[in-house]
Design a protein around this ligand. Sequence first.
Ligand code: CA
Ligand code: CA
Length: 176
Amino acid sequence: MQPKRRALGVTRVQAFLPIVAGAIALLAVPGTAVALPDLTVTSLSATPTAVEPGGSISVTDTVLSTGGATGTVVVRYYLSTDQTITTADTYIGDRIIASLASGVPSTVTTTLAVLTSLNGARYIGAIVDINNSVAESDETNNKAVGNSIDISKVDLTVTSMVLLFVQSPLGLTWSW
Ligand SMILES: [Ca+2]
Ligand SMILES: [Ca+2]
């Protein structure tokens, strides 16, 4: 009985090997794999932190490409009510990077207008390669969120009010 079992085992292995070899041949990619760059926004901030609707802010961001150089890349800026930046947030402008060398950061300050319709706290957000013109090793890390900005009208009446107290013979009176 023992020799018969061995013979059966060999037959199964021989039948299985061509299938494995065929699968490996299909999965194998000839030549060296092409390394893709990875774009990220490594820093993002906006000043001033309080601005009136219709005013302007200076947005400074740094974009880095690792693992390879890229051609033209567009960075798109948003104002968001929360710290999750999406393309549904309020678009306020772009900057265009003509090309990026691998590992060399691009830091630029861009002046952008705040829409007159906005009011309240907003976070500055940015998405690099918004048009997905660059194939990357990681397409999920292209968003960044920075500080919040208080967008509201400045009330000059309250901030400039000065109270004057005057002592009169009939008692304390006050005016401004
Ligand atoms: Ca990326
Ligand atoms: Ca991309």
